[in-house]
Design a protein around this ligand. Sequence first.
Ligand code: ADP
Length: 284
Amino acid sequence: MSRSAPRRGLAGKVPLPRGVWGDGSPREKKHGGSGGDSPPETVLRTAKLVKEYRADGVTVEAIRGVDIKLAAGEFVAIMGPSGSGKSTLLHVLGGLEPATSGEIWLLGERVDGLSTAGWAILRRRHVGFVFQFFNLLSNMTVADNVELPALLAGATPRQARRRREELLAELGIADKAGTAPARLSGGEQQRVALARALANEPSLLLADEPTGNLDSSNTRDVLRLLRRAHADGQAILMVTHDARVASMADRVINLFDGMVADDAKVVPIPRRVNGVADIVELRG
Ligand code: ADP
């Protein structure tokens, strides 16, 4: 796939901002930084990332020293048993919860020390989220929900509308544009959340089981859209329990007890005549 393909700007017109901040914050020169003309090779990197929760004098180590790296345009699935830290990792990487220690580098800049407001700006510009708690604004229509992130990222109203029409059509919910999210089914809300997350063509999409509530036909629509985002050069980090969904990824990271137990490339096995399909082989 187009692992290091330059990203189209929003709707092909709005260029990607050159740096996360452009303010001299720490840069990772060896990865190309983000001030150069070409996109950085590494979109996301963590070093010794730790997240502990403390409650009633008890400490739970949800993430215990995670080192991961995502190249521009790379699609990585995160798997692992319940309680292994998958959702926590995504929350910390998106700045929804602070890391206890360790480093997070996004687009060549260190971001783990950002304030809540700093994270909000960063997400608006560079990171799309699809979480099970859909994060849709209930007092807006589906159309407004999807157009808003694009407008906030600097698209013109016309560009935002075009992008919204394209995304909703791809997901088979174009007819829901004027509806309030509360009047949609769980699966429809999930697809609107995905459209919203992709509206500003983020460099990184963080998705927590984006197909969790969907039937097989809607799952296909979502996967087709993710494949397209991937082909457009967006990096995707996606938690899934579904091996068929993971088989679309370039790599699968397995978490166990808050640590990376396995990080391996996906080697798809060609469909066989006897109908055995969608088998994933992992090579470390
Ligand atoms: P997964 O997504 O793999 O199911 P989680 O990231 O939800 O795992 O949880 C990892 C560990 O952290 C679990 O032991 C869970 O109970 C704990 N945990 C998650 N969120 C919190 C929280 N807000 N407070 C305390 N413990 C938490």
